[in-house]
Design a protein. Structure first.
Length: 83
């Protein structure tokens, strides 16, 4: 299995000069947020690659790994349930 941390660091970039510092794909003006919202609406990876030919399949794997890391580091505090 490929080292997904390398995928993230080489494909997901954060630069305050590009898209106000939002995470982007390889410094392009395509944000992780933009692609995730499109995927959530049912647009496929292949459709997005057609619309943005500079994207590569590996970019999507990096997005999924990046989001998995964000969710993993999320802290969840249990609610106090009244009896």
């Amino acid at each position: 299995m490929k080292d997904y941390q390398n995928d993230i660091s080489s494909r997901i970039t954060i630069d305050p000069r590009i898209m106000v510092g939002k995470p982007t794909i390889r410094g392009l003006r395509i944000t992780v947020e933009q692609l995730l919202k499109a995927l959530a609406k049912g647009i496929t990876e292949d459709e997005l690659i057609t619309d943005y030919p500079e994207l590569e399949k590996e970019d999507f794997r990096a997005i999924y790994a990046y989001v998995a890391d964000l969710v993993e580091s999320e802290k969840v505090f249990p609610l106090k349930l009244s009896a």
